[in-house]
Design a protein around this ligand. Structure first.
Ligand code: C2E
Ligand code: MG
Ligand code: MG
Length: 701
């Protein structure tokens, strides 16, 4: 701290020195001025505890000088003691006090009196200086605190005991008013939205916390902004206590809109499909479970329509995933348009949608909606300037008839959907008990089928094929047989389609081929005596889906050691229909290697004779159903005859299968059919019997 100083103003040097001398014992410094002007000059730069002022001075009297001091800011309050000669005092007292003089001293000045008076002012001055310093310090602290609070992103409010806001930082003003209006002086009630259950402020949690002098944290509350809109906040409130008395409170709060948005987005991701914005599987599941509970209570029903697109993968593969997504989006819109608002459409898998019809009037409603959906889907989709057509299959299950839990119902709808798919697609099917039993049965059979090959339950049978013109045996068709230890004989018509759905067909197919080749090799090497014995082996359309199918087959035949020209592969129209390009390529490779290709079950599928021209085919097998019709009516005979003629014109030889009677054989002979196969000659035979058949055929030829 600076040294405290006293200013002595007197035009007479002797007077100044006398006074200064008297004050010598004080620790204060002493400045002296010989005129009013000089005093004012010193006052401009210095602070004084007190001024001892002579009244009588030339140019500027003591009064005039004090009057000037009183008009000058910063120094106007300095205490002044007038020093004057005795006798003048009465005259000046009033004037001096009027000017704010604090005291008078009469010359000759009494040293003790002077000292004690000046000492009082010096001490006053020093105390004041100390006070001002500590005030400045606390102001600085306050300023710093204010700045700190204002820098905080959290809103801070100070409240008095009446819930009136006495302090608000910038963040609080910004959040509560949106344009930083002042909130100080307003009641906190304007900004806090007591929860809906506590409309009354007095009963609100917020009020209780303050009243009870507690501290409380809320994760999720609403505050008002401008009394117009609410925004989500997290806040902490605490009461301010003085002793036991509550004198106010503090609220610190944060706007959690962003956090809530993020949470909502996460929730959305978990509950909605991001491509179509439809509910996803998990939300569908929740909804179905809840709907079942409601339906149970209210005795109402629910229909589930499970829809699967038949050729979505092709769209994805040929036009790309963006186009696939776009198709799904348009699809979602179409489906949503087919149902009422209360019903639910969800995307539950890549190309699977489910619709829940809540309390439909009757079970017919589901069929009507399924039909509408199929019709809408059948209309061409326009995807990025491509016209795309898709088809769908729908399975319908009804609560409570087809199941009473979400799992049962969904499974039932899925079963019905699979049924719709397998019965030609672009159609819908209701779930039935029989379907359920079928599924259970298929599941069991699949398990059994897995064991069958390993446990040697499979064998090969061989059915003779005869040349028509000379009744000579030309070879055999290899046909698989499954003898199950407890179920007995299981027909290939039953388990081959199953093996095609569960993928076992590739393993079974290879096994059949290897067995058949082995047997044919044995016959040709050991029994035929130079005669060629051909072998025909059935190939499932599913086997063509293998990579390098042709190479794989050729490899197996070459390993067997049988001449490739003795093998005939029987394929069906489905194989060609499903992937014409790849199948045709494979067939060409097989033929180039010397293997003959036979079209099995001709006439039951979709291909016409005209289409056959484009296919690499050596043999055509007329299906048994046509042979059965021979001599039943004129037109069936004509059909068989024209198939044979047309095949011949394409240089394709013809095998008639399922020949059971002499009449049938006679007609086929007359029609120049090349080869026949059927019970009329022989049923399929096991290995030993086939060998015996071959031996006797050779011996009689
Ligand atoms: P498919 O290839 O058309 O075989 C002809 C079926 O007709 C055989 O039935 C045969 O026993 C039967 N059949 C032959 N002549 C007559 C007849 O005069 N009257 C009657 N009623 N039936 C006759 P199977 O052996 O039950 O085979 C049924 C189907 O299972 C086959 O039809 C074929 O599609 C499939 N299959 C059989 N074995 C195999 C195999 O090893 N691999 C593959 N992929 N499929 C096979
Ligand atoms: Mg066949
Ligand atoms: Mg056949």
């Amino acid at each position: 701290m600076q040294q405290t100083k006293v200013l002595i103003v007197d035009d007479m040097e002797v007077n100044r020195l006398v006074l200064a001398g008297m004050l010598e014992e004080l620790p204060s410094g002493i400045d002296m001025a010989s005129s009013g002007a000089a005093a004012l000059a010193l006052l401009a730069d210095n602070q004084y505890a007190v001024i001892l002022m002579d009244i009588h001075m030339p140019a500027m009297t003591g009064f005039e000088c004090v009057s000037a001091i009183r008009k000058t800011p910063n120094i106007q309050n300095i205490p002044v003691i007038f020093v004057t000669a005795a006798g003048h005092i009465d005259k000046f007292v009033d004037q001096g006090y009027h000017l704010g003089a604090v005291d008078y001293l009469v010359k000759p000045v009494d040293a003790d009196m002077l000292l004690s008076k000046v000492r009082v002012f010096v001490s006053l001055f020093e105390q004041r200086a100390k006070l001002e310093a500590s005030l400045a310090e606390s102001r600085a602290i306050q300023h710093k605190n204010d700045q700190l609070l204002n820098f905080m992103a959290e809103g801070i409010l100070g409240l008095d005991s009446q819930n009136i806001i006495t302090f608000a930082n910038i963040a609080a003003c910004t959040l509560l008013t949106s344009n930083r209006e002042h909130v100080v002086g307003r009641s906190i009630k304007d900004f806090i939205n007591p929860s809906a259950s506590q409309q009354n402020w007095e009963d609100s949690d917020f009020n209780h916390v303050f009243k009870d002098g507690q501290c409380h944290h809320m994760d999720d509350a609403l505050f008002w902004r401008n009394k117009k809109e609410t925004f989500p906040v997290e806040y902490t409130q605490a009461s301010i206590l003085e002793g036991a008395e509550i004198v106010g409170g503090v609220v610190a709060f944060q706007d959690i809109s962003e956090r809530k948005k993020d949470q909502q987005q996460l929730l959305n991701l978990a509950r909605y499909d991001q491509v179509t914005q439809l509910p996803n599987r998990s939300m569908y599941w929740d909804f179905l479970s809840k709907s079942i509970a409601t339906a149970e209570r209210t005795n109402s029903s629910i229909a589930i329509l499970l829809l699967d697109l038949d050729n979505f993968k092709q769209v994805n593969d040929s036009l790309g995933h963006d186009a696939g997504d776009e198709l799904l989006i348009q699809m979602a819109k179409k489906l949503t348009h087919c149902v009422r608002e209360a019903d639910i459409v969800a995307r539950v898998g890549g190309d699977e949608f489910t619709t829940l019809l809540l309390n439909p009037r009757d079970s017919q409603v589901a069929a009507t909606i399924a039909q509408k959906m199929l019709a809408d889907i059948a209309q061409t989709f326009h995807i990025f300037s491509h016209d795309v057509s898709v088809r769908a299959s729908i399975g319908i299950a009804i609560y409570p008839n087809d199941g009473t839990t979400a799992t049962q119902l969904t499974k039932a709808a899925d079963t019905a959907m699979c049924h719709a798919k397998s019965s030609g697609r672009n159609t819908f099917k209701y779930f039935s008990r029989a379907m359920h039993e079928r599924i259970e049965y298929d599941l069991k059979m699949t398990q059994e089928l897995h064991k069958a090959l390993g446990e040697q339950q499979m064998t090969m049978n061989f059915q003779p094929q005869m040349q028509v013109k000379d009744h000579q045996l030309v070879g055999f068709e290899a046909l698989i047989r499954w003898h199950h230890p407890s179920m007995g004989h299981v027909s290939p018509q039953e388990f081959i389609p199953l093996a095609e759905t569960n993928g076992l067909i590739t393993e079974i197919g290879d096994w059949c081929l290897i067995q058949a080749l082995q047997q044919a090799k044995h016959w040709n090497d050991k029994l035929s005596g130079g005669h060629e014995v051909n072998i025909a082996v059935n190939v499932s359309s599913l086997q063509f889906k293998q990579n390098n199918f042709a190479e794989h087959i050729i490899d197996i035949v070459e390993r067997s050691g049988l001449s490739l020209s003795l093998l005939e592969l029987e394929i069906t129209e489905t194989a060609i229909m499903e992937d014409p390009q790849k199948t045709t390529e494979d067939l060409h490779k097989l033929r180039t290697a010397g293997i003959r290709i036979s079209m099995d079950d001709f006439g039951t599928g979709y291909s016409s004779l005209a289409q056959l021209k484009q296919l690499p085919i050596d043999v055509l097998k007329i299906d048994k159903s046509f042979i059965d019709e021979i001599n039943q009516n004129d037109s069936s005979n004509a059909i068989v005859k024209s198939i044979i003629d047309l095949a011949h014109s394409l240089k394709i030889s013809v095998v008639a299968e399922g020949v059971e009677t002499l009449e049938q054989f006679a007609f086929l002979q007359k029609s120049h059919c090349d080869v026949v196969q059927g019970y009329y000659f022989s049923k399929p035979l096991d290995m030993a019997n086939a060998s015996a058949y071959l031996r006797s055929a050779l011996s009689s030829s």
